[in-house]
Design a protein around this ligand. Structure first.
Ligand code: AMP
Length: 120
């Protein structure tokens, strides 16, 4: 599957669609999820055009990979979640229910999050 440069997160990166932005640097952009699944639910995306974790892990530079994960840690701290705790999650492909074909790391927190995943 080729990267669709008109996916919704690509459009947010280009500033064509508004988002409640939290943090931005040369490698990553973070914003609040439009349909939060926890009291705090943020998304951190790489600035590069990567479909998913598989694409990113295989093709991103080491600086891009470090930049994204440093941004995730920074954003969680900025959101006040470091002491209370948080969960990060990235969906890849159909079984995971990935909806947007641009890699995104979810950050959930601000409440007790329960066990890791719903039973099938
Ligand atoms: P996933 O199922 O992992 O692909 O997650 C996609 C996430 O993107 C969902 O949690 C959506 O609520 C969120 N989302 C979709 N459109 C927007 C948007 N315009 N701004 C912020 N979050 C969005």
């Amino acid at each position: 599957m080729a990267y669709d440069r008109n996916n919704i997160f690509a459009r947010i990166l280009r500033g064509e669609i508004p988002a409640k932005r939290i943090y931005e640097d040369s490698y990553a952009l973070a914003f609040h999820d439009i349909n939060p699944q926890a009291k705090t639910h943020a998304l951190v995306i790489p600035k590069g055009a990567y479909l998913s974790m598989a694409d990113f892990a295989a093709n991103a530079s080491e600086a891009e990979i470090a930049g994204l994960f440093r941004a995730v840690g920074k954003v969680a701290t900025m959101l006040g979640l470091e002491d209370s705790g948080y969960r990060i999650l990235a969906n890849h492909g159909p079984d995971s229910h990935q909806e947007v074909p641009h890699l995104h790391i979810h950050i959930f927190g601000g409440q007790k999050l329960g066990r890791m995943i719903q039973p099938a």
